[in-house]
Design a binder for this molecule. Structure first.
Ligand code: ADP
Ligand code: ADP
Length: 237
């Protein structure tokens, strides 16, 4: 379970991106975080894995206080946080299989294994995940030969191979056409529920958010201004 208490982020420029945000997300709960550009959605997700350092407040994940970890501990913790990005962040010249495996091993271990041999257990697991995300048979294709939707499927498999405790998803469909976007969001939501993971999904398209999330959190100027079921959103926005 994720618990966020009074999370505040003020950037060195003086810009307050988050203002005392509190939130609890249960296992298997898929939460869409909506709000206009600049509302603080990215900052919120990046504070949870501390790619952005919170200015104030506490974050807890499964009983561990994330905000109390030192940088070594945080690096380990981050490996249990599955991150899915808007621009996929794949290594273009590597294959689908290699990109998925890069989520499993640290950077150095990945390249060591790349020039020797990847652990068989990881390869088996990557095959299973590729099948689950609909990319069976694509393992040897290079990332730069894939469509946007396929790339995001690789991104999802790469996040899941870490056996994460949470999914943090930042605008996963902004670069996709509407039909592919719906399929990808449904896949992410299904996987979160199947694996019992809390999922936070930033999405600026409210219509899309309402299709898959059981809970919607609205951010505006760094504050949580709405938190409820999708059926309640219409009355507020
Ligand atoms: P969203 O994801 O909802 O578009 P962001 O979290 O990216 O919102 O941004 C929230 C606010 O913080 C915006 O005003 C943005 O310009 C500002 N901001 C984001 N990142 C930085 C940064 N690294 N330095 C200064 N201001 C930033
Ligand atoms: P997105 O819309 O995808 O969140 P942005 O254009 O808001 O991307 O931000 C791109 C990068 O610039 C991020 O690393 C963000 O932290 C940084 N950034 C955003 N706003 C500001 C700002 N006002 N000052 C400095 N850096 C910023």
């Amino acid at each position: 379970m994720l618990q966020v208490d009074n999370l505040t982020k003020t950037y060195p420029t003086g810009q307050k991106a988050l203002d005392a945000c509190s939130l609890k997300v249960e296992k298997s709960q898929v939460v869409a975080v909506i709000g206009p550009s600049g509302a603080g959605k990215s900052s919120f997700i990046r504070c949870i894995n501390r790619l952005v350092e919170p200015s104030e407040g506490q974050i807890w994940l499964d009983g561990t206080e994330v905000t109390a970890l030192n940088s070594d501990q945080m690096a380990k913790m981050r490996r249990h946080m599955g991150m899915i990005f808007q621009e996929y962040n794949l290594v273009e010249r590597l294959t689908v299989m290699e990109n998925v495996l890069s989520g499993r091993l640290g950077f150095v271990s990945f390249w060591q294994a790349f020039f020797r041999k990847f652990p068989q257990a990881d390869i088996d697991r990557a095959f299973e995940l590729l099948e689950r995300v609909g990319l069976a048979g694509y393992e040897n294709n290079r990332a730069d030969a894939l469509s946007g939707g396929q790339r995001q499927r690789v991104g999802i498999a790469r996040a899941l191979i870490q056996e994460p405790k949470i999914l943090l998803v930042d605008e996963p469909t902004s670069s996709l056409d509407p039909k592919t976007a719906r399929t990808i969001l449904a896949l992410i939501a299904d996987l979160a529920r199947e694996r019992g993971l809390p999922a936070l999904i930033n999405i600026h398209d409210v219509g899309l958010a309402l299709m898959f999330a059981e809970r919607v959190v609205g951010l505006s100027q760094g504050k949580i201004v709405f938190d409820g079921g999708p059926e309640q959103v219409d009355e507020h926005i």
